[in-house]
Design a protein around this ligand. Structure first.
Ligand code: FE2
Ligand code: FE2
Length: 252
């Protein structure tokens, strides 16, 4: 998707939105994007919290506790950014209700609703932290909306650490859980993970790119994720399951 971006990175502040100094559609698009980001962080935090009751491995428990604290902080940062432009946490979450049943939210919703065991925690981290790192590092870091770019910079270091954790755990997963179990879990989680980027070429993403709120289309981010994951699976001696073509992805 080649299109011109109207606003350079970090060029818009909250006051530009609240004082109507900018296209009103920019504010609407920004609110929807931040609400989606905030709830994804919140659901991930809830997932880590729920997992604490079921995890048996001490290292995984320690990591889940650490990630839980950091995901909570990420959610707070984004809800704070929403509050600055007049959107409460409740209103933001309410606006996301219809999206909660879409394939793009299957990974965080599943993680938040079902307590995961040790192997599933690794899969959830592969599906949420690896994807989150790509979304934040590529899409939001250079956002035209300065508060989102600043929040992304703060989140990024911690997400890099979460991704490293996921990669390390994935590398050891085949030995710990057996290839068959890991492959079955991958087949279950991979479609959720790739669908988390959302459908390609939507009008919403077009607006986000036009306004400088996102850098790339969802499909491009999904391709970056698959190539990163393929490398990680290779290092772990595991194979990438085959996917159907196009969103919403499923196992072929
Ligand atoms: Fe996060
Ligand atoms: Fe994370």
């Amino acid at each position: 998707m080649t299109q011109r971006c109207q606003y350079p990175p970090g060029s818009i502040e909250a006051a530009d939105v609240t004082h109507d100094r900018i296209d009103p559609h920019y504010g609407k698009t920004l609110k929807r994007l931040l609400a989606a980001h905030a709830i994804a962080e919140k659901l991930t935090a809830i997932g880590y919290e729920r997992s604490l009751g079921k995890l048996t491995d001490a290292v995984l428990r320690y990591r889940a506790e650490k990630n839980l604290g950091e995901e909570r902080k990420h959610a707070q940062l984004i809800y704070r950014a929403l509050a600055q432009i007049g959107v409460s946490q409740d209103a933001a979450d309410r606006s996301m209700t219809p999206a909660m049943s879409a394939p793009s939210f299957a990974a965080p919703v599943r993680f938040a609703r079902h307590a995961v065991d040790d192997l599933e925690l690794v899969m959830a981290s592969v599906s949420l932290d690896m994807t989150g790192l790509i979304m934040i590092g590529i899409n939001y870091r250079e956002s035209s909306y300065a508060p989102h770019a600043r929040a992304a910079e703060m989140i990024l270091g911690e997400e890099e650490d979460h991704e490293m954790f996921a990669a390390t755990e994935l590398r050891d997963a085949a030995t710990r859980f057996g290839c068959k179990r890991v492959n079955a879990a991958l087949c279950e989680w991979l479609p959720r993970a790739i669908n988390f980027f959302g459908p390609p070429g939507t009008g919403f993403t077009y607006d986000c790119i036009r306004f400088g709120l996102k850098a790339r289309d969802n499909e491009e981010l999904g391709e970056i994720y698959l190539s990163l994951l393929e490398r990680r699976l290779d290092q772990a001696g595991l194979q990438m399951p085959r996917l159907t073509a196009g969103y919403p992805y499923a196992i072929a």
